[in-house]
Structures are given as C-alpha cells and as structure tokens.
Design a protein around this ligand. Structure first.
Ligand code: SF4
Length: 265
C-alpha cells in the first residue's frame, strides 16, 4: 500500500536560523511515502526532508521549502521507522530514497540516515537539484549508491527563470559524480513554454551524453497535481495555465536525448 505519513512525533524545534546541522542528530522531516517504484531500483521508501533554496515555478512540493514545514525529529525516530520497512525493502531489491525539498540542506542529518540505511543492507539514493553539491564531502558520497540529479535546464538563463538560482553548481556536481563514477539518473522536468526549447534540451543532452556513470535520463512531464498547494499557501503560481506536454513534445524530447547518445525514457 502506498501512503504518505508524517515521520514521527514532533519535538520542540529550534529557531530555523539557529539550526546546527553539524552532528545531524536531529532534523526536519516532512513525510514519507512507501512503495515507490520510480525513485531508484526496486521498491523504495521515499523520505521527504524539508528545506530548499530553489524556487522552481513548477514545484510540486512548495510545502517543503522551509525547514519548519517539516517535523523536528531525532535520527532515532527516522531510523526506527526505516528499520520497520527494511526487511520488506530488502526482499524486493529496493531501498531508501531521500527527497524533499533538498536533502543536502540538512547534509549531516541526511548522511546519518543514509548511513543507517546502508547498515540495514539497503540501497540508498537521494533526489537533488545539485545546487548544494559543493557541500557533499567524501563521507557523504560514500554512503550513497545513486544520485537522482535534477538538471532543470541546460541554458543558464532558462535555469534561472525556472528556479531563481544558478545552473553552474549543478553542472559542477554532475562533473564530480562523473569523475568518481557514481551512478546517476538525470531527471529533466519538461514544462511547455519554459524548458521545452530544443536548444535548452540540447545543452543538457550534449553535457550528459559523454558521462558513463549516467544510467538513465528520465523525462518528467509537467503536471498540475501540485497546483492546489500553491493556492492553499497563497503563493503566486506562474504555471497556473501551463498545459502538460503533448505526446508529440514528450517524444521529441526523448528522441533528442537519444540522438545525442543518452539512454532516455
Ligand atoms: S528543487 Fe524541488 S523542492 Fe526545490 S523548488 Fe525545485 S522542484 Fe521544488
């Protein structure tokens, strides 16, 4: 059964500005989802941590942007919950994926969870924009089996328009992962009128194609399932009238990646 639940009972949280993440013994977790088949190999549990520095105009989870959107929990609360699922996940060849928000906002907390998952014999992954990739030290990367790396655009101007941040840190992180041979699935959200320009797609395809560690490029079609959250939060939702990509557009983009030599789906 697929479910989305809070991670634990709330502890009294510190001020957001005063959060000390060096030890990673406590952190802000938003929710988790069981039985995902899309966020890494096998059947996964996906843990959504809160906190993100990007502001994607099409974000499906604006309710995870701030640390305090999550519940302040201890590492034991998270790992005890994970241990409940570990035997089933192992038997289904799956594991843990940490998403968000952005998992590298709370780097030490994320590392401790990944490390505990490895100790339970689970495959580990994070889904990340790579914007904070410079923070990922060897200790962090050593407990990570797979990176689901969102490259949200290939053209720096389009990237900024879509996310309000710079593209360069993401590309730097991708190059570092390639140099160390860390398995990566690149993810690209196809948003008509924003990220679908052939030249924008081509930039990512050309960048990724020579990287032997990139096992898949996954095209994620934009949808409106997160729209209600923007409305409920009183946020200005720029993609209110953006349609999902047509089948033709989706096919064109997959073909563009394949023509460049990527394994795309
Ligand atoms: S990086 Fe992810 S969580 Fe952050 S704003 Fe973009 S889509 Fe939302």
């Amino acid at each position: 059964m697929k479910c989305s639940e809070a991670v634990g009972y709330p502890l009294p949280p510190p001020d957001e500005g005063a959060l000390d993440d060096r030890e990673g013994l406590f952190g802000f977790a938003h929710s988790y989802e069981t039985s995902s088949r899309y966020d890494g190999p096998g059947v996964r549990i996906v843990l959504f941590l809160s906190g993100c520095l990007l502001r994607c105009t099409y974000c499906h989870n604006p309710d995870t942007w701030h640390l305090k959107d999550g519940t302040y929990v201890s590492i034991e609360q998270v790992t005890n919950r994970l241990a409940d699922f570990a035997p089933a996940l192992r038997s289904m060849g799956g594991g843990l994926t940490i998403s968000g928000g952005e998992p590298m906002v709370q780097l030490a907390f994320t590392r401790r969870i990944l490390s505990a998952a490895k100790d339970m014999g689970l495959h580990t992954a994070i889904e990340t924009s790579g914007f904070l990739g410079d923070r990922a030290d060897e200790k962090f990367l050593s407990v990570l089996d797979l990176v689901l790396l969102d490259i949200k655009s290939g053209d720096p101007e389009t990237y900024r328009k879509a996310t309000s941040r710079d593209l360069a840190p993401t590309l730097r992180f991708a190059e570092r992962l390639a140099a160390m041979g860390k398995p990566v699935w690149v993810r690209f959200t196809l948003v008509p009128g924003l990220t679908d320009d052939p030249a924008n797609v081509e930039e990512i395809a050309k960048f990724v194609a020579p990287m032997k560690n990139v096992e898949w490029v996954e095209i994620q079609p934009f949808h409106q399932l997160g729209a209600f959250k923007w409305k409920a939060m009183g946020l200005d939702y720029k993609e209110a009238n953006t349609p999902s990509p047509t089948t033709e557009l989706h096919k064109r983009v997959i073909e563009q990646f394949r023509a460049a030599g990527c394994r795309a789906r």
